[in-house]
Write a protein that binds this ligand. Sequence first.
Ligand SMILES: C[S@@+](CC[C@H](N)C(=O)[O-])C[C@H]1O[C@@H](n2cnc3c(N)ncnc32)[C@H](O)[C@@H]1O
Length: 236
Amino acid sequence: MLSRVCEPPADDPKQEAEIYREMDHRDVNRRFVLDLFEGGGVGPRVLDLGCGPALIPILLCEYVEETKAGDLADLEVLGVDNCVEMLELARVEIELAGRLRGIQLEQADLSDDESLQTDLADTVICNTVLHHLDDPSTALRLALRALRPGGRVFIRDLVRPESDAEVERLVALHGGAADNEVAGISPPQLLRQSLHAALNLSEIRDLVSGLGMDADCVNMTSDRHWTIDGRCPGIA
Ligand SMILES: C[S@@+](CC[C@H](N)C(=O)[O-])C[C@H]1O[C@@H](n2cnc3c(N)ncnc32)[C@H](O)[C@@H]1O
């Protein structure tokens, strides 16, 4: 079994933000939004933890508008990220998408127990962020703290494979082109690093049940992702 290897901190956060934005996440982002809506009610106040360039909040608004899955006028999305360079990119994306009215941004550190208020959101979402954190349990506690009583948490991340061979199989399948290197970092290398830093299914289930949620609300949802889809514990 592979041990977890946390990712090194970014040497150049601006460059990392730009590299991440250059990668094509359209299919996984669309799948995230579809699964979110297919799994139950969303919003109206949505909090996106580690929102990156805010592509998921933008897709979410577009989905609500296109499908009338909710009332766009009521939808309030707050994206938080600790990286100012990422938040700057997000602001540009939101402006280009014409979504300044529906999406707010704030800087918040998911490693800081006090960084978010309580009762901020009806739904907390978070996509491929936990593997960046040395201690993902703090972010999970923050997610539950930020939810209104009975609110929904929908968190997805990569799963750490059992072996190097499985890491390499997933990198070959999903890692993209190795020659598409920016500043010495290629998309396959980024995926490899992220898979090694990810939690496996039993680790995330242990964390979730330690916070009073049902471990069964965490399931494998692709060949390389688990998803938590649950409610704030102790409330009907
Ligand atoms: C892989 S990106 C995912 C971005 C976005 N969720 C998406 O799916 O497009 C990870 C994001 O987590 C953010 N992040 C990493 N550590 C964080 C922390 N301690 N607090 C808040 N955000 C963090 C990074 O800045 C980055 O924007």
